[in-house]
Every structure is written in C-alpha cells, then in structure tokens.
Design a protein around this ligand. Structure first.
Ligand code: TPP
Length: 513
C-alpha cells in the first residue's frame, strides 16, 4: 500500500468522510487511492476558494472536519480566503496539499512555491510529511489537530514521492481532545459580578450559540437582568421560534457605540471584546464605554456551555424559563426590495429546520431581529470578513445535512468570487435555494465613502459599480446547471421562493434591487 492510500485509509478511520477537492498531477496518487477505497465522498469544486468554503460550511454543520485536496502552493493559495474564514469561525479543516517530489524540488520546476509558508499563514498546524512510512501517522495527527477545540485548521503537505512510496498502511486514529472546563475561581468571580452588578452584558459566540448555550444564558439573563448579545457576525447560531432571541452588536461603529453605552460590565463567553470591523479616524477601536469592565468567562476552546449552566444554577435561576416572543410577526411584504421587508417575507416563508448561509452584506443588515419568529433554523455566516463565502459555505452545509433545506443569501459582488460553487450544487444535486441580491454595486463601499463625507468620483464609480455590463445571474446560473429566475418585487420573490422550497435540488433567485 503506498503513502497516498495509507493516508486516505487513515482519514476514513479517523471519521473524515468527505473530500472536497481540486487535484492536479501531484495529487494523482490520492485520486487513485480514493478510487480503491470505500468510505470517502469525493466532491469536486472548480475553484479552490469553492473547495475550502465548502469544507468550512460542511464542518460548521457536521461538527467535524472534511478533507480538502489541493494542488501545490498556488492551488492552496487560491483557497486561502475561505481557509481564513474557517479559521476565524473555529471550523475544523484538514487540508491535504500535494507538492513536488522531494528530490525534484532542487530543479525548481514551475509549481515550486513556499507551500509551508502559505499554509502557516492560515493554519494552526502545518506539517510536510517526510516519508511514505510516516504519512499515515501524520494524517492521524492532522485530524487530531483539526478536532482540537474549538476547531482548527490543519494542513498536511505531501510531496509526490511520499504519496507514491511504499507505506505502512493506515495509522491509528488519535483521540479527540475534550474542551477544558472553566476553572472554579473564574466561575465564582463571574457569579459575584452577576449577583452584584448593574449594566451587565454577556457577549456570546462559538458553541454557546447552540440551543443549550443560549438557554443557559437566557436563564441567567432572566434571573439577573443581564442583557445578551452576540458579535456582529456569528459562526453558527440556533435561531427562530422557540430559540432565545439574541441581537447582535451592530456593524456600524456609531450604532455599536450607542448600543453598548449602557453597559458597565461585559462578560466574554467565547468572544473577544467588541471591536470595530475597521478603525476610523477619531473613532475608538473598542465599542464599549471606556470605563466598562471586561471579564473573560470562557475562552473559545473552553466549555462555555457548561460554564453558563453552572452559573445559572449557582445564582439560583429557575430551570424552566419561558422564551417570550419578541420582534415583528413574519408576513409577506410587497413592493420593491427593502432589507427589513425582505427579512419579514423570508421569515414568513422559511422552511422548518432550514440552514441559512448568509453572505448578503448590506442587503442582509436588517435580517437578524426580523428572523426571531421564523421557523427554527441555523444561521451560518462569515466571521472572517473575506467575501465570497456564501455559495460555497451553503454548498458544504448541504453536503453535511442532505435532509435540510439550505438557503444561501448572497450579495452579488461577493457572489462573483465563488459562483463556481453553483456548478458543484448542480452536480451533487444539493438542496440549496440561492438568493442573489443584485444591486449591481459594491454598496457597502459606496456607503463607506459617503459616511466619510466624500462624493464618489471617477475612480470610485469604476471600482464600486458592477454595471457595464450588468451581470445576468439567471444565465450564469443556468450555464452551471442551476435553474434560475429573476424577480424585482417582494411578492414575486415570495411566490418564487415558496415554489423553490417546495422542490428538491438547487435553484437560484436573482433579486434585482
Ligand atoms: C476577499 C475580500 N476581498 C475584498 C473585500 C473588500 N470588500 C468588502 S465588501 C466588498 C464589496 C461587496 O459588494 P457586494 O457583495 O455586492 O455587497 P453590497 O455591498 O452590494 O451589499 C468588497 C470588495 C473583502 N472584504 N474580502
């Protein structure tokens, strides 16, 4: 058995079941091995940022890593933006990157690159496998690294001669490390703050946005008057009716500062102190008042859910606390696109147990509170700010959860980065309804300009306007095998969306706004 087959068998033994790939010559041995071995679903992405974005969406929903198979330094480099997004979401991922045979590298052939350097920039764990005998234990170590809480990026570089050399068979899967508990001293400190302080806010992210985590936080909030918030972008959150409605820190700096002005104590649960997405001249980096105390309850890798549950019991919060309905009633709106009216319409029509992958940028700004009363769903989003995440993330989520409807909310500019994911959706017959917000501009960047009191000039119109020619999403989508229609009113959207949700398979709605 060669190195490649030993590695593939190790991955399968370590419960890695899906390989998103865009291979080349140096990965041929893996392709041959995948042909021989049962147990690994192979999914092609025809751009590396699709491959890595799929692996991210998959990991968030499957709660375990997929493997990616990428071609040398340049192939990995093409996928980096969505590896970055996965890293910022603490999504586990195992990247297998082929490379020049060890003895061939000295001749500096064309694809030679600093593959390790590229990998280090976005990975928690990087190793170049030294031999065909070693590659299976390297694979087991890579999976263990990826599954180390809160979830990590592991990148294993495999030179071609390591892949084709004589291996020693599959490696032994390594144990999955458990989340460390929060120490009692920290729990006692936070319990004291909750008992004695006014103006307390719990800022929650990561695993604490699960139903269990949110409910424990809700018990604390009801018992003490503390408020709950999440950061502006969440990696995955249990949302909708029956789930605890928690609003986010707003994106815009002035609104965030205003929204946090009342707080004197912020308890960080898997979260960082609330900072601006960017700095602006004359504005602070941190959104909380200067005299607001910050206390770290749980680091991202710690068991924040257990910590919240312990605290809720410690302060004597009742175990059964009703979740009151807040926010507007979902209803189908009419007329032209309007962020809030769109949200209300989506909330009215969202299928039960859907997964929403959100890369909607400005068009989605008003979505969150209006979705509180939608059917229960999971919300996944880019927490790394690298656009082009929605289509592939939705695609990977659909691979992970074949029995759930995936709704992809995709801004048009960002969508152009990774639209090839539509082809993967068609090929794999994935159940995704894609909604493209076709405002035909980089609206957020126009907004940044105007917020600074600057009127757009020739360069801004060149760089921020996506017209001339207008993108035709219906034809782009159909060209990749995904049925599509365009709409320009909310009532037409409602009819089309309802019909799309009533059938299986991928569909795209271009909302001209
Ligand atoms: C990888 C990456 N490249 C560039 C940017 C900068 N950027 C942020 S938003 C944006 C345009 C977004 O336009 P669109 O997706 O159409 O959304 P809209 O602003 O219209 O809502 C760009 C280019 C980024 N965040 N990430």
């Amino acid at each position: 058995m060669n190195g490649a087959e030993s590695l593939i068998r190790t991955l399968i033994a370590s419960d890695v079941e899906v390989c998103f790939a865009n291979p080349g010559t140096s990965e041929i041995q893996f392709v041959i091995a995948l042909d021989k071995v049962e147990g690994m679903r192979c999914v092609l992405g025809v751009a590396e940022a699709v491959v890595t974005g799929c692996a991210d969406g998959y990991a968030r929903m499957a709660e375990k890593p997929a493997a990616t198979l990428l071609h040398c330094g340049p192939g990995f480099a093409n996928g980096i933006a969505n590896v970055h997004n996965a890293r910022r979401a603490n999504a586990p991922m195992v990247n297998i990157v082929g490379d020049q045979a060890t003895y061939h590298r000295a001749f500096d052939p064309p694809l030679t690159a600093d593959t390790e350097g590229l990998a280090r920039a976005v990975s928690h764990w990087v190793r170049t496998s030294g031999s065909a005998q070693q590659v299976s234990s390297d694979g087991a170590a890579a999976v263990q690294a990826a599954r180390t809480p809160p979830g990590q990026i592991a990148t294993l570089i495999v030179p071609a001669d390591v892949a084709w050399g004589e291996g020693i068979g599959p490696g032994v899967p390594l144990p999955v490390p458990v989340r460390p508990q929060v120490v009692p001293e920290v729990l006692q400190t936070v319990a004291r703050i909750l008992r004695s302080s006014e103006g307390v806010m719990l800022l929650l992210t990561g695993q604490t946005l699960s139903e269990a985590g949110l409910f424990a936080a809700h018990r604390i909030a009801q018992a003490t008057g503390a408020k709950l918030r999440t950061p502006t972008h969440v990696p995955r959150m249990a949302c909708g009716r029956g789930r605890v409605p928690v609003d986010r820190v707003p994106y815009a700096v002035d609104m965030a500062i205003k929204g946090l002005a009342e707080f004197k104590q912020i308890i960080l649960v898997g979260a960082k102190p609330p900072m601006g997405f960017f700095a602006y001249p004359g504005k602070p980096s941190l959104m909380a008042p200067q005299d607001c105390a910050m206390t770290l309850l749980a680091r991202p890798e710690q068991d924040g859910v257990a910590a919240l549950q312990w605290l809720a019991d410690e302060i004597g919060a009742p175990r059964l606390v009703p979740i009151k309905e807040t926010g507007p009633k979902p209803r189908i709106a009419s007329g032209r696109f309007q962020p809030e009216a769109f949200g209300m319409t989506l909330a009215a029509l969202l299928p039960e147990n859907a997964i929403v992958a959100d890369d909607s940028i400005t068009s989605g700004r008003a979505l969150f509170p209006v979705m509180f009363n939608a059917s229960p769903h999971d919300w996944i989003q880019s927490t790394g700010g690298a656009i082009g995440h929605g289509f592939p993330c939705a695609t990977g989520a659909a691979v992970a959860c074949p029995n759930r409807k995936v709704i992809c909310l995709q801004a048009d500019g960002a969508g152009m980065y990774t639209l090839q994911a539509l082809w993967t959706q068609a090929r794999e017959k994935l159940d995704v309804v894609n909604v493209v917000f076709a405002n035909r501009v980089y609206k957020i960047l126009y907004g940044e300009l105007r917020a600074g009191g600057v009127m757009p000039g020739r360069a801004a119109d060149t760089f921020f306007d996506l017209g001339r020619p207008d993108l035709d999403w219906v034809r782009l989508s159909k060209g990749m095998g995904v049925e599509a229609v365009w709409v320009e009113t909310l009532e037409a959207f409602a009819d089309t969306f309802r019909a799309a949700c009533g059938r299986r398979g991928p569909f795209l709605i271009e909302f001209r706004i």
